[in-house]
Design a protein. Structure first.
Length: 131
């Protein structure tokens, strides 16, 4: 089984029902076999991640997207017959990163370590893939 959900539409519906401004969330969600992949397309081009403020802002934004995505997903599956199909599957948050300069490799690796601290049982793993 491989299914790609229209996650933006689901999140917009969530925002309307709960009368919230747009909630931070990942770009799309893919369900395949035993995994639920929360995929965030990330662009570091033009961002100076060596600047501590910009780096912190990027980390904070990704933590908000992780938990916003999980909140919307939990709401969606609890209101559909879809719940039985996703129970017990591994939840993985993936940063799909466009090419970036090699000098940022260590910074991206450290960012991943920090994000893993915030998974708190909501996610089974945090990973990144180059686009």
């Amino acid at each position: 089984m491989k299914e790609k959900l229209k996650f933006e539409e689901i999140a917009d519906e969530f925002s309307k029902i709960f009368k919230q401004a747009s909630i931070s969330r990942c770009d799309y969600l893919l369900i395949k076999n035993e995994e639920i992949l929360f995929i965030e397309v990330t662009k570091f081009k033009g961002k100076d991640l060596s600047n501590p403020q910009k780096y912190s802002k990027e980390v904070i934004e990704n933590v908000k997207k992780m938990w916003g995505s999980l909140t919307v997903f939990a709401w969606y599956v609890s209101n559909t017959k879809f719940l039985e199909e996703v129970e017990g599957k591994r939840r993985i948050y993936i940063l799909l990163i466009e090419k970036f300069e090699d000098r940022y490799s260590r910074i991206v690796s450290n960012m991943l370590k920090i994000l893993k601290r915030y998974k708190n049982g909501g996610f089974d793993d945090i990973a990144f893939k180059r686009k």
